[in-house]
Design a protein around this ligand. Sequence first.
Ligand code: ATP
Ligand code: MG
Length: 579
Amino acid sequence: MRTSQFLLATVKESPAEAELVSHRLMLRAGMIRKVASGVYNLLPLGLRVIHKIANVVREEMDRIGALEVLMPMVQPAELWRESGRWEGMGPELARLRDRHERDFCLGPTHEEVVTDIIRNECHSYRQLPVTLYQIQTKFRDERRPRFGVMRAREFIMKDAYSFHDSQDSLEQTYRDMHGAYEAIIGRLGLDYRAVAADSGNIGGKTSHEFHVPADSGEDEIVFSTESDYAANIELATGNVPEPADTAEPLDCETTDTGAAASIEEVCRVLGIEPRRQVKTLVVHAADANGAPGENLVALLLRGDQSLNETLAQQLEGVGSPLRFADDALIAERIGCAPGCLGPLKGLGIRRIADPSVTGLRNFVCGANEAGRHLVNANWERDCAYDEAAHIRRVREGDLSPDGKGRLTIRRGIEVGHIFQLGTKYSEAMNATVLNEQGRSVVMHMGCYGIGVTRLAAACIEQNHDDRGIIWPAGIAPFQLIIVEIDAHKLENVRQQAEAMYRQARQAGIETLFDDRDRKTSPGVKFAESELIGIPHRLVISPRTLANGGVEHTCRRSGEKSSVAADEAVAMIADQLAAS
Ligand code: ATP
Ligand code: MG
């Protein structure tokens, strides 16, 4: 490709709206342009990268036997009504009506449509397992689109769905997918971590996320320093590093604490540390459907710790999404304000204690009376809990739940997410096959997403310097850029540059030939080649020819070397083959 014929839409100034380096560089390199909030054009340079990533994804999906399809972006509401998500999904689902007043949505994901394909096409266990995938545009009306294509409203995803006649078969495909995701992200040259994750509202139990560690990441991921324990912070559990108390129980007293309502105020009044207090939070228990209902549940945490809402709402009998009881309801049911609550024996509602409080002795907690707290309270004698469960948000330095090492926390960008869905959609949509015995069984299902456009952004977050992007060879928009300088001064420059460009194309090297004339200064040509991040650059000018050839620069290391003009392309081909 000749630069003179290419839309090289580079921008010199840093765009004010871009907070993230990847967003800034994608705009500056001319990869993307904003059309509306969270909606982007992919310009020629950007689309080349997206195609590269999509091809890596496609190769790895094909390798594990997944079959490519293309489902429509516009989906009929009937399918979503069958699964219950037409009502269940919030405003993220963009709904529209056609001229016949029929409801449709823009696909944010494709469980319903793919389940409909399989229930129509597969009737026997002999046709299973089967995995379908597509690389396609999704629309989610995100609450806060930001960071360019990192969190867009319209974006490209690879989504795959597998169907099985048994849980064992689902687990096998899940492992294959896990391996394929590692291969994809590894081939893109990214440092990544697979972590256990929450399945959220998509359904199912087992799920893993693939994160690219980066300070700009929106998620927090937790790992053990000494084992392979790794989880999204939403799901991470761990133990407080302080040893359990061994002090002898002291006499318990009820003390006036006046208007003190928060942990800090009670600590000040009583002259104690927050870690000596038990904090009692009251939430709604689950109704028959698992949603927040009439009854209440108390969650007990150490005063210096905070609640992990995801862990709490996953507990049997706790309403999901988690809903805190309001002050009036607490006053009506328990007879005091939230600041004076305590897990006293007579509390009358179910109490779930985090392990951070079960080992405490001589602690402080509310007395369930206005302006009163217990001092030197102890379990069994004064207070009680019904069960212990991890409900605390872990912190840096906590003990790993497997007993090996301590937890460290880093920020990560979620680039992929795989789920074992079980029978959630197949049951709701009646997707069954006949098993070996001729009995009708509901299919088990898995779903597996990877963000193609987000991967491009994540790749830039990990691969850039102050001059621009540094593409890994596998997904660079071009492998080589040939820059000719001052061709108007020496005809041989033009001839040699044209010859190298011809050779490079013959060698199958994707090459951008910067053939722009003297109106584009050498400085601009150099800066642009660095901004767009092409791995190899060959510069040819009267000066390099006088020195015996051309100048090669490696974008990543910045190393320069002089090469004979007729050997340069072969050298690049060797280096690309080795990378
Ligand atoms: P997030 O928590 O970031 O919103 P998600 O859990 O909603 O992600 P999935 O539904 O699992 O994401 O989608 C699969 C993949 O699609 C994600 O891992 C991510 O790479 C990509 N993705 C999801 N939402 C967006 C978005 N708004 N913009 C770009 N890529 C996205
Ligand atoms: Mg999301």
